[in-house]
Design a protein around this ligand. Structure first.
Ligand code: ZN
Length: 501
């Protein structure tokens, strides 16, 4: 059995290496590639996607998994061996449905589509991306067709990112959440608006980057095992357990975009860097789902980065960095400015209370597109209409409308956004448990110390990689299934205090 396990591991290592190589190409494409490099990059990504898929479907892999199945089941559920065999089966079964040529076609298309979006967005040129988005929709539907036993056409796409979740479950969860959020937004709107003008001044790029870098180093992001580069739409990417990179963007006319984007991506990176090295090179060395991943980015961005103790520690330093801009703004005022609740147009810059409304708009539009209720050519208007209904705002163009997020332009339509709201919900579940175990965490944050919190997250979440599904992880950590109550409690307490509700 040892030999067979070793053989399985070597096959999985190759798959892992191919994926890492594809990640390097993607990272290059979205950071430093000269414009001429796009076509070749797309072809290379397609080739790698095809070979990866072929390897995941290999009969030899299936044979090994079958021979190892009983052995895996005889081992403790959470052992590396049992988990590896269990998760590899799941990945293999899924890969068997999807032909390698299809994977290659999708990758080539996504790569080209990203390039077109990158050029079209600054020009506000939806007409340029429309045919690409139409093809993306076709490919998304085609992907779903490989899973004909699904209850809803979006289910296979959601499952790619958040295993175990379906449209039915999410619709119910989102509607419960909406019922709590909308009255909270209304209560806050009735109060006097916070002044956040201090955030909208000129903050030079290098100082913004330096400050963010200092914070994430203190979080525990290790620049010997990562780096930060600029891109159009920030993301985190893993090349190996010792090379997990983040990207960011800077708007010199506002302070919050770069910093909170940096804290967000660093949260993703801490998760990947905290995975047990004994899982390296296997299919388990990766965050377990989009929702759990976002729970970590949102936790470090919001529960920590937008908290009062965080700014008790960092605000004096920030004032020293930007004495002209912030010298006259008190910590109280600054904390209020950062947590101003107000309907806005851009998801990534939205406050914590209205943020999920942005996600729900995208989730519903994805379903409408996949169900054939909405044509791609009508999405810009549908987008504006939903923003008017849900947030009372209308973007003046598509750049800040349907073209603001990269997801539909370098991925599938379907399954792209629910992870953010799941992440918000889970971030509160996990943070509440961390505080129960270590009530001293807020005091430590106020002293710029993050090791207790990071250690707890590493112990309970990070080190497991993909061993447990999101559902299993939530159950293990909290003792209950996924629920929205801790998240609502968190929002009500924080914003109740801020807005005197
Ligand atoms: Zn994220």
């Amino acid at each position: 059995m040892e030999n067979k396990l070793q053989a399985l591991k070597s096959m999985l290592h190759e798959i892992n290496d191919l994926r890492a190589a594809a990640n390097v190409i993607y990272w290059d494409q979205t950071t430093y590639m000269p414009p001429g490099g796009g076509a070749a990059h797309g072809r290379q990504l397609a080739t790698l996607a095809r070979i990866t898929q072929e390897k995941l479907r290999e009969p030899k892999l299936r044979e090994l998994l079958a021979e190892l199945e009983a052995y895996g089941q005889s081992m403790p559920y959470e052992s590396n061996e049992a988990s590896l065999i269990r998760v590899a089966w799941r990945d293999h079964e899924k890969a068997r449905r999807v032909p390698p040529d299809f994977q290659a076609k999708v990758k080539a298309h996504q790569s080209e589509s990203y390039q077109v979006w990158a050029n079209a967005r600054p020009e506000n040129d939806f007409a340029a991306v429309q045919p690409y988005l139409e093809k993306t929709l076709d490919l998304s539907l085609q992907y779903a067709e490989y899973f004909p036993d699904s209850a809803h056409v979006a289910d296979p796409l959601i499952e790619r990112a958040d295993y175990g979740l379906t449209v039915d479950i999410l619709r119910e969860l989102f509607s419960k959440l909406r019922d709590q959020l909308v009255p909270l937004v209304q209560k806050i709107s009735a109060k006097q608006a916070m002044d956040n003008s201090s955030l909208f001044q000129f903050f030079p790029e290098q100082e913004q980057l330096n400050f963010g870098r200092k914070v994430i180093e203190q979080y525990g992001y290790d620049f010997n095992r990562g780096r930060q580069d600029k891109t159009l739409h920030p993301y985190m990417i893993r090349f190996s357990g010792n090379d997990v990179r983040i990207t960011t963007r800077v708007d010199e006319n506002r302070f919050d975009d770069a910093l909170f984007g940096t804290l967000h991506e660093a949260g993703h990176a801490l998760y990947e860097l905290g995975i047990n090295p004994s899982l390296a090179g296997t299919l388990l060395a990766k965050g377990t789902s989009s929702g759990v991943h976002e729970s970590q980015s949102r936790l470090w961005e919001n529960q920590v980065g937008r908290s009062r103790p965080f700014w008790t520690y960092f605000y004096p330093q920030l004032q020293k960095t930007f004495p002209e801009q912030l010298g006259k703004t008190t910590e109280d005022e600054f904390y209020g400015a950062l947590n101003k609740v107000t309907p806005s147009l851009i998801r990534v810059d939205a406050d914590e209370v209205t943020y999920n409304l942005h996600v729900m708009i995208r989730f519903d539009l994805e379903l409408d597109l996949l169900e054939g209720k909405l044509a791609v050519k009508d999405v810009p208007e549908a987008w504006h209409a939903r923003y008017e209904t849900d947030l009372g705002l209308r973007a003046i163009d598509d750049r800040d409308g349907v073209m603001q997020d990269v997801h539909w332009y370098d991925g599938y339509i379907g399954g792209a956004f629910q992870g953010y709201t799941l992440g918000n919900i889970m971030s509160a579940l996990f943070f509440e448990q961390a505080l129960k175990a270590h009530p001293e965490i807020p005091t430590e944050i106020a002293q710029g110390r993050f090791t207790t919190l990071r250690g707890w997250l590493e112990q309970h979440i990070y080190r497991h990689g993909r061993k447990f599904t999101a559902e299993e992880l939530v159950q293990r950590v909290t003792g209950s299934p996924l629920m929205i109550d801790p998240y609502i409690r968190y929002l009500q307490k924080k914003y109740g205090e801020l807005y005197d509700l």
